[in-house]
Design a protein around this ligand. Structure first.
Ligand code: GAL
Length: 701
C-alpha cells in the first residue's frame, strides 16, 4: 500500500494546546496510561495565543504500518527536552531511540524518562503521545526538494564542508499506524513547558516533610539499627525527615514478597510508629516483581505477564485485578501502619533481566508499551492509595514518562557522575519529571561535600547509603559544613515549598535550565532585547548561544552553580539583570560570564535583583501540619521585592479543595532610603504556618 497522508487537522484542547491525529492512533498511549487530567484552571494565567504558524507545515504519513512525522526546523533554532538526558542540554542534531531503560552512559534515548516531548527556542513544543519505542531524528536528514537545503560542497577543497549540514526538520518514526501529536504554543519556552505540565495535571506538590533531609540505610539493617541511626542523626544535630529501608526489610527480595522480614522487623507497626513519634517517616524500597513466596503470588499469577523477572511474576498493572491486588497488599502491609512512601526500583530496565519485547500480557497491551509505561503505572497506582487516605507521599522511582508530572516521585539511578547528574537535573525541568543527584559513597571529603552541596539544591535531599553505610558525619574534616548545608536546606523549605506550589498550580518547574529564564533565549535576544545579530554590537548573543549544562535555576530567584571535585574556580553565566551573591548580598554581575573561585565551604549561589527568599528557622524536621515557624525573609539587590508565599497544611490533599493561601510579601524602599518589608494578613479559615517574621536586607548600599 502506498503512503496515506495523515489529516493534520489541529484541534484546540486547552488554551495554547492543539492536538492532531495521523492515521488511527492506538488507544493505549502515554497520556491514557498516566490517567492525568489537565489542570484547567492553571491555563487562565498564561498568555492567550494563536495556533503557531508551523502547524500547517507539520506532516504525517502512514506507510507499512508505521507513522512518519516531520516537524519543520529553522536555522536559528535550538531544541530542548526529549526526556531525561545526561550529557547535553542542546538536543538539536541528535538521533534518539526513546526507550525506557537504566541510563547506560550515552544519550541515545535509552533513559529513565524518555519523554517524547521537546521545546524549541522559537517558543513552541511538540509531544508525540505514543507508548512505543520512537526513533527521533532531531534535526538530521534533509529532503531533496527542501528550499533551504545547503548546497553540496566539495570536501576535497572546501574547509567549510560539514558532515551534518542544516536539516530542516525533526522527524519521528512511530512504529504504529497512527499517532496523536500535541502542539504547545509559547510565546516563551517557559510558557510551553507550563502548558505541557498543566496538560499533564500540574506538577506534584510534595508534603513539606518530603523537602527535608533523607537517608537510606544498608540492605540488611534491622529495625534496631534503623532506630539507632535515627537517634544518631538527632544526637549529632543533623536534620532527617524520612529514612529509607533497602531490600532487607522484606522476607525475600528480587523478586519481592512485599512482606516484612520477621527477624529483622519483628513488629513493623510499632517500629513505624516509634519513628513517626520522632518525626521521621519510613520509605520502603521495592520492585513490583512478585516472589512465589508472597501471599499474593497465586492470585496475581493469572494477571501477570508471560515472562518472569528473577523468577518472580510481572503484574499486568493495566488490568484492574492486578492493580487492586498490589494496592491492597501495599495498603495492608505498609501504608495502613504509617509508611510514608516507596522507592520503586527496577521498573526501567536493564534488558538482560526485564521481560523481552515478545512477552505477552493478559490485558493485551504489548510488552513494548508496558515497558514504556510500567514505571508510570506504579507511580499512578501507589499515588492513588495515598490519595484515598488523604495523605501526601513523596518517593523514588526509576522510570517515568509523559503524563507523570503530578505523581509524587523523584527519579534516581545507579550511574554516579556528578556533572552528568547536574545535567540530568537541568533536563528534568524540560520533561515534567524530578531528579535527585543523590550523594552515596565518595572517595574524598571534598567530593562528599561538593556532592552534598548540590543535593541541597535539588528536589530530594538524599544521602543514599544502601551500599556504603556513610553518615553525614563520616568525613570529620567537612562534617560541620555538611551540617551547615543540611540545615540551609531546612531553612529553604518555605521557598522550595512555594516553588513546588507554582509547579503544581502554574506548571513552572522548580528546578530548571537557564534556557527557561526570561530573555535567555536566542529568539528574544535577537528580536526584542538587543535587536542585533552582530556579535560585536551584541555580546549577549554569545552568552545566549552557549550551551549551559552545569548551572541551573532553583525557583524564581536562585541560580546554583555546583562545584565539582578538583575544581577551584568556574565560569558562571548570568542572564540580563543584576545578580547578587546569596551569602553576602554583594553585586556580582549582569548579562555576562563571570569567573568565581569559592572555597570548599561555598557552592556558588546567586540571587536576582529584588529577590525575596523566605527562610525558616533551622530545624531538624520539616514543620508538621499546623505547626507555626518563625521566618527570616531576605531581600537582595536594589529593586523592590514582591513574592507570594504559599501555605497549606503540608500533608493532605485539602489544598485541592481550596484550603491554601498565598501571602503577599512586599519589600519596598521608603522615602528615607530604608527598606521595609510587609506580609499580608492571614485569611480567616485558611491554614497558617508563619510565625514571627524578621526582615533581612542582604544588599548594603
Ligand atoms: C538498585 C538501586 C539502588 C539500591 C539497590 C538495592 O537497583 O538502584 O539504589 O536500592 O538496588 O539492592
Amino acid at each position: 500500500m502506498g503512503p496515506l497522508k495523515g489529516q493534520m487537522l489541529w484541534l484546540q484542547v486547552e488554551s495554547g494546546v492543539w492536538k492532531a491525529t495521523v492515521g488511527t492512533p492506538e488507544e493505549y498511549s502515554l497520556l491514557s496510561a498516566s490517567g492525568s487530567q489537565p489542570l484547567k484552571e492553571g491555563f487562565s494565567r498564561l498568555p492567550k495565543v494563536v495556533l503557531p504558524e508551523l502547524a500547517s507545515s507539520v506532516t504525517g504519513t502512514v506507510q507499512d504500518g508505521k507513522t512518519y512525522l516531520s516537524i519543520p526546523l529553522s536555522k536559528e533554532e535550538q531544541l530542548y527536552g526529549f526526556g531525561l538526558n545526561f550529557k547535553t542540554v542542546h538536543q538539536r542534531g541528535k538521533i534518539l531511540n526513546l526507550h525506557v531503560d537504566h541510563y547506560g552512559g550515552s544519550d541515545n534515548g535509552r533513559t529513565h524518562a524518555p519523554v517524547p516531548f521537546y521545546i524549541s527556542s522559537q517558543g513552541y513544543g511538540i509531544l508525540i503521545n505514543s507508548a512505543r519505542y520512537l526513533t527521533v531524528y532531531a534535526g538530521s536528514g534533509i529532503t531533496k526538494d527542501s528550499p533551504d537545503a545547503e548546497k553540496a560542497k566539495d570536501r576535497n577543497t572546501d574547509k567549510t564542508w560539514t558532515s551534518q549540514p542544516y536539516s530542516d526538520a525533526v522527524s519521528v518514526l512511530v512504529p504504529a499506524s497512527g499517532v496523536e501529536i500535541y502542539l504547545f504554543a509559547g510565546p516563551t519556552p517557559m510558557d510551553v513547558v507550563r502548558r505541557y505540565n498543566l496538560l499533564c495535571g500540574g506538577g506534584t506538590l510534595p508534603p513539606r516533610w518530603g523537602l527535608g533531609f533523607t537517608q537510606r540505610t544498608p540492605v540488611l539493617y534491622t529495625a534496631e539499627q534503623v532506630e539507632k541511626e535515627v537517634d544518631e542523626f538527632e544526637r549529632h544535630g543533623y536534620p532527617l525527615d524520612f529514612i529509607g529501608l533497602e531490600p532487607g526489610w522484606q522476607s525475600k527480595a528480587y523478586p519481592c514478597t512485599l512482606e516484612w522480614d520477621s527477624n529483622r522487623y519483628p513488629d513493623p507497626g510499632s517500629f513505624v510508629q516509634r519513628l513517626l513519634d520522632k518525626g521521621v517517616r519510613i520509605n520502603l524500597w521495592t520492585n513490583p516483581y512478585i516472589s512465589p513466596d508472597s501471599q499474593i503470588y497465586k492470585d496475581m499469577y493469572p494477571v501477570s505477564g508471560s515472562h518472569t523477572v528473577w523468577g518472580g511474576i510481572v503484574p499486568d498493572l493495566v488490568t484492574e485485578k492486578a492493580r487492586r491486588l498490589w494496592q491492597d497488599k501495599l495498603m495492608q502491609e505498609h501504608i495502613s501502619i504509617g509508611v510514608g512512601g516507596y522507592k520503586i526500583d527496577e521498573v526501567d530496565g536493564y534488558d538482560n533481566w526485564l521481560w523481552p519485547d515478545i512477552a505477552t500480557f493478559p490485558s493485551g497491551i504489548s510488552a513494548e508499551q508496558i515497558r514504556q509505561t510500567y514505571g508510570m503505572l506504579t507511580q499512578r497506582i501507589t499515588n492513588d492509595i495515598f490519595r484515598k487516605q488523604n495523605r501526601r507521599s513523596y518517593g523514588l522511582v526509576r522510570a517515568s514518562n509523559a503524563g507523570a508530572c503530578s505523581f509524587p516521585y523523584v527519579l534516581y539511578n545507579d550511574y554516579y557522575d556528578h556533572r552528568d547528574f547536574i545535567t540530568a537535573l537541568i533536563n528534568s525541568g524540560f520533561c515534567g519529571v524530578l531528579w535527585t543527584p543523590e550523594v552515596r559513597g565518595t572517595k574524598s571529603a571534598e567530593e562528599w561535600l561538593r556532592r552534598l552541596q548540590s543535593v541541597v539544591f535539588s528536589p530530594m535531599a538524599m544521602i543514599d547509603s544502601w551500599a556504603s553505610a556513610v553518615k553525614p558525619w563520616t568525613f570529620p574534616e567537612v562534617a560541620s559544613l555538611v551540617k551547615e548545608y543540611a540545615l540551609l536546606r531546612m531553612q529553604l523549605i518555605p521557598y522550595l515549598y512555594t516553588e513546588f506550589a507554582r509547579y503544581h498550580f502554574d506548571g513552572i518547574p522548580p528546578f530548571r535550565a537557564m534556557n527557561l529564564e526570561p530573555g535567555f533565549n536566542l529568539k528574544e535576544a535577537i528580536s526584542q532585547e538587543l535587536g542585533s545579530q552582530n556579535l560585536e554590537e551584541n555580546p549577549y548573543l554569545e552568552v545566549v548561544k552557549k550551551e549551559i549544562k552545569d548551572q541551573y535555576m532553583v525557583g524564581e530567584y536562585l541560580l546554583v552553580a555546583p562545584m565539582f571535585t578538583g575544581q577551584t574556580s568556574r565560569e558562571v553565566v548570568l542572564t540580563k539583570g543584576n545578580w547578587y551573591d546569596f551569602y553576602t548580598g554583594e553585586y556580582v554581575g549582569n548579562g555576562e560570564k563571570i569567573i568565581v573561585t569559592p572555597g570548599l565551604d561555598r557552592i556558588p549561589v546567586f540571587v536576582k535583583d529584588g529577590a525575596v527568599i523566605p527562610m525558616m528557622e533551622p530545624m531538624l524536621h520539616a514543620p508538621k501540619s499546623g505547626q507555626i515557624v518563625n521566618m527570616e525573609i531576605r531581600h537582595y539587590g536594589k529593586a523592590n521585592g514582591h513574592y507570594r508565599l504559599y501555605d497549606d497544611d503540608g500533608e493532605t490533599f485539602d489544598y485541592e479543595k481550596g484550603l491554601y493561601s498565598w501571602r503577599d510579601i512586599k519589600i519596598e524602599r521608603q522615602k528615607n532610603g530604608k527598606w521595609k518589608g510587609s506580609i499580608s494578613k492571614i485569611e480567616s479559615g485558611k491554614p497558617n504556618s508563619i510565625g514571627k517574621v524578621t526582615w533581612v536586607f542582604m544588599t548594603k548600599d
